[in-house]
Design a protein around this ligand. Sequence first.
Ligand SMILES: *Cc1c(COP(=O)(O)O)cnc(C)c1O
Length: 220
Amino acid sequence: MSDIVDRLAQVQAAIAAAAISAERPAAAVTLVAVSKTFPAEAIEPVLAAGQRVFGENYVQEAKDKWPDLRARYPDAELHMIGPLQSNKARDAVQLFDVIESLDRASLAKELSKEMAKQGRRPQLLIQVNTGAEPQKGGVLPEAVDAFLAECRDVHGLAIAGLMAIPPADEPPAPHFALLTTIARRNGLAVVSMGMSADYPTAIAMGATHVRVGSAIFGAR
Ligand SMILES: *Cc1c(COP(=O)(O)O)cnc(C)c1O
């Protein structure tokens, strides 16, 4: 477990270094520690070391792991970063502080309904499919502006920012640049991009949140 805490410190240092070289304050970038597939025993030392923001991909897994962890660390912040089925909207609104994978109108409708019902308002990001990959979730880049308007005007949802997962087999920089451009054009503050292999590049290109899993927790 001390390996995990060492790697957390290395990632935090690399984030700070990337921010400084991009002439941005280190505090402008939030580390989302992606703990999917790792058990609570692996997450606990990371919480004990002071990390508070975590990402999970599966509603059921988060439901199994996080209520106990949150009881001990009430200021933990949990992000949903995986594909979200509409029938899981209720659990997602209950469990997560940020939902990064809003990518279609039917989900916007369900989230809006659940947020009204539960009186909870998780922050919402729209996932953008910057590489137009058919197997991947996300709104196509050219459809983001209209989807933002639909979220706001039809579903009454405030959108805080954008998230993307660039294609695995392409250089990520053009995808990061595109996401930042769409966010700025729409006045959105949050830009979630960059994973273990490429988070320094994402920070150079304007990421406010990087989602780092294996570089902290090890191979899945
Ligand atoms: C798993 C995952 C990550 C973390 O990936 P690593 O390569 O392990 O850092 C980030 N974002 C999303 C959406 C993921 O599914």
